[in-house]
Design a protein around this ligand. Sequence first.
Ligand SMILES: [Mg+2]
Length: 247
Amino acid sequence: MALIDVGGTLWPNSWPIRKADAGGRRLRIRAAMPGIEPATVEALADDLIESSRPGDEARTISTENLVSINSPAETLITGCLSRSGLPANADTIRRIRRAMSIPVSDRMRPLPGAVELLAAIHDLGMRNVIASNTYWRDADSYWEDFRQLGMAEHVDGIITSVDAGHLKPHPAVFEMAMRWAGVTAERCIVIGNREENDVVPALALGMRTILVYPDDPKPVSSRAHAVVPDLWACAGALRDMLDSHEG
Ligand SMILES: [Mg+2]
């Protein structure tokens, strides 16, 4: 099974924001809060959009290391609900988190070779499981994104830090993926662009690793089993890795 990171691996590191995103969020927040006084919902939307601005701006520079940038989405949403005098139950929080997740658009394209890499992994007889640190997105939001990008047919499973409850480098995302697939660590190969978030926790679990840098400077050093500049080279490294493992 291939466990594949997203930001800086399958699509760019940075997440562009535009003015229209706030309008889209407002519409989705209204839809997520039926039966609530419109003025209350508008005040809640103002608060959510304003409170999330620092984190959104940070993610236009890098989607990595979110924990140091902002509090987790649930905390932010709970604060906004309580300031609007609304109860913060798990279902409401989940609906608002999905409403705040900005869908991929025509601006966001997969990195070169991303679709081909996923197809190549399938050709090798391996499963593709997304293992990603996210802020607003859960697996359902991501499925929508991958469908829009024409990548969903090559994705077998999606595990996000929102679903696993911890951000990488915590092992929860990889552990949840192993449970989902019913495989041991020796049968997993992690593909990602960050030594500390992808390679280090994977090695600690006994997984093999490929560090890719299609959207990053060349790493100075890495403990990964292979280090490759682009996603075509990643497919090649994966083939070599399976050959040597079997032979
Ligand atoms: Mg990444």
